[in-house]
Design a protein around this ligand. Structure first.
Ligand code: M6R
Length: 607
């Protein structure tokens, strides 16, 4: 998730406007920053790694000349955050500059093709193929708009782009496929941006650009066209009533709620990961003597779920280990044949890094799954995968958890394929469901949000909660419990349901809320038994069930329903969502700020 911005003005120097707008988009990423402007027949660029203020201090971004320009604040997805990878990117002749937010899936093929026809690339980014494609089209005699249009038709993946060219300094061409893009219409200038806060202090007249649209911005207006059939689209601006703070959260009251709602899009991003890295990692996992899945907090719950996935699909035994316990628990067993798959959204969690460091010193192979390009975990891993969730601001991990699960499920499937343990039909069924998971999660949010609000009102004063699941749902139950506990401060416990009668059941008394995670897998009959045990002791049953599971519905005081009929290994991705919503709305009911729970930090960099 990066931030892009473009500005074309009748009479104002745009560089300071662009810098200020990028500052307001910095929440979308701050690995590097860059600005390009058009002036006197040339493109002028300043860019480097670092946050906007740092780069501005070094280069004075404001003194770029000209009334037309584009800018970018980067959340690295392809290529480490150093200067050459910072946007804008240019063509061979330096006549075209492009900023981009999104992922070009087929960039490797396009890059190979362009290089073989003589194009010289300066960066490791996927974005750089775009100016080179446009350059080729300009050479064929097309104008900037048509050249951009033809380039877009070659791209697979997601993008919001803004393009300028010294050949046609009277315009900015921008376009959208999945990544957000919105126009702002000021008195003397027109803007394009990833998000409304970028231009909100300048104008509150906005036009939201839809997927598959290209826009030509001129200083006095805009023209929207369909990329597919070039039909003109007439769309009037709307007046935005948000405050700047509301706009940054896209109208949501908290980042956590925004991030819960972002999950379908993040899950779609996980379906676009580069095959070669997934395959390479799967090969390492397949060949490992033993595999340790090492992580903390929510990421540990992803590892716990993954251990069921690897076992079920790939017949691969893995050991999920809490990072801070790793050295004590497994230390002496780690050797050259061990493989550590470290999972950390930040890539900076001290407990995880210290476990990894220890394992490296014992010659183990380190694999990493993280959300942050350039994080320490990426630097010390033999192979790493970036989960592409965009920055997560809420301290409680939500979208990064479900994305981790999606990546881990894909890895398990690939190991399964290498090992030939699972039939083609089952693999195809699971692959089909993985492709559908973004829409299933979207539906889950839509169908459960109001219910979560009602349940939050009903349960908010309960002094304690119990979360139970069986099989892979144990991980879902543990994550539901962590979400509730960390943002509502309600003490909660979670167990594999079968363990509850070995001690924890003694807590139960009338009115005690017990949350059951109950997908329709082979654990369901046993879970019903556990529900009966709890009911018999007066517990209030709050269940997360498969849509249409009337039997458990009748046994429950309250329930959330999850659609999609998911295979067991994918259930945590959707079943955790109502529990995220419930935790969020209970925190709100209690008057707490879910984004900033007390005593916690987003990235725990101390041991
Ligand atoms: O950045 P990481 O994934 O390594 O972070 C691990 C934990 O600190 C993190 O998941 C923490 O438990 C969150 N507050 C959970 O919501």
């Amino acid at each position: 998730m990066c931030g892009i911005f473009g500005c074309i003005s009748k009479d104002v120097k745009v560089a300071p406007v662009i810098r200020a707008a990028l500052k307001r988009l910095e929440y979308r990423g701050y690995d590097s920053v860059g600005v390009a402007t058009l002036h006197e027949g040339g493109i002028h660029i300043k860019k480097d790694q670092g946050k906007i203020d740092e780069v501005h201090r070094l280069y004075n971004l404001d003194d770029l000349p000209g009334n037309v320009g584009i800018g970018h604040t980067r959340w690295a997805t392809h290529g480490a955050p150093y200067q050459a990878n910072a946007h804008p990117h240019i063509d061979c002749l330096g006549e075209i500059a492009v900023v981009h937010n999104g992922i070009i899936e087929n960039f490797s093929e396009l890059k190979a093709e362009l290089e073989s026809s003589g194009h010289k690339f300066r960066s490791k980014t996927d974005t750089e193929v775009i100016p080179h494609l446009i350059e080729d089209n300009l050479k064929k005699g097309l104008g900037l708009v048509e050249a951009t249009l033809e380039a877009l038709k070659r791209l697979r993946g997601s993008y919001a782009i803004a393009v300028i060219s010294s050949r046609e300094p009277d315009k900015i061409v921008c376009a959208r496929m999945e990544s957000p893009l919105v126009l702002g219409l000021g008195e003397n200038a027109v803007y394009c941006a990833s998000d409304i806060p970028a231009f909100l202090p300048l104008t509150n007249r906005a036009v939201v650009i839809e997927n598959g649209e290209l826009v030509i911005l001129r200083a006095d207006g805009y023209e929207i066209r369909s990329i597919e059939d070039w039909k003109q689209i007439i769309r009037e601006p709307e007046i935005i009533e948000w405050t700047a703070e509301m706009a940054e959260k896209q109208g949501y009251p908290h980042f956590m709620l925004k991030e819960i709602h972002e999950q379908p899009r993040c899950l779609t991003n996980t379906l676009r990961l580069q095959d070669q890295y997934l395959d390479l990692m799967a090969t390492f996992l397949d060949r490992a003597g033993e595999v340790f899945l090492v992580a903390a907090g929510t990421s540990y719950h992803a590892c716990l779920a993954a251990s069921y996935m690897f076992s079920e699909l790939a017949y691969l035994a893995t050991h999920p280990v809490i990072a801070s316990e790793f050295i004590e628990q497994e230390g002496m067993a780690v050797n050259i044949n061990s493989t550590i798959l470290a999972v950390s959204q930040s890539g900076e969690t001290a407990d995880t890094l210290s476990a990894v460091d220890y394992a490296r010193n014992r010659a183990a192979t380190i694999l990493g799954l993280t959300n942050v390009v350039g994080s320490t975990l990426t630097r010390i891993s033999r192979v790493y995968i970036i989960q592409q969730s965009g920055p997560e601001i809420g301290v409680a991990a939500t979208k990064t958890f479900t994305s981790q699960l999606s990546v881990l499920a894909q890895l398990a499937l690939r190991v399964a394929k290498i090992r030939g343990k699972v039939g083609h039909k089952q693999i195809e069924e699971i692959e089909e469901k993985i492709r559908r998971i973004p829409e299933i999660v979207e539906e889950t949010i839509r169908e459960n949000e109001d219910r979560a609000k009602k349940i939050a009102r009903k349960y908010k004063d309960k002094p304690v909660f119990f979360f139970l699941g069986r099989g892979i749902s144990t991980a879902t139950a543990m994550e539901g419990r962590l979400k509730l506990m960390e943002i509502t401060y309600i003490p909660s416990i979670a167990y594999p349901a079968g363990e509850s009668k070995h001690g924890p059941i003694s807590l139960i008394e009338p009115g005690f809320p017990v949350v059951f995670v109950c997908p329709m897998d082979e654990t369901r009959k046993m879970i019903i038994g556990n529900i009966m045990e709890m009911k018999a002791r007066g517990a209030m049953i709050l269940s997360v069930i498969e849509k249409g599971d009337e039997e458990i519905k009748k046994l429950s005081d309250d329930y959330f329903e999850v659609p999609g009929n998911l295979p067991k290994v994918l259930t945590p991705i959707a079943f955790v969502v109502p529990l995220q919503l419930m935790a969020y709305y209970i925190a709100v009911e209690k008057g707490l700020n879910p984004d900033k729970p007390r005593n916690l930090a987003k990235s725990v960099t101390v041991k």
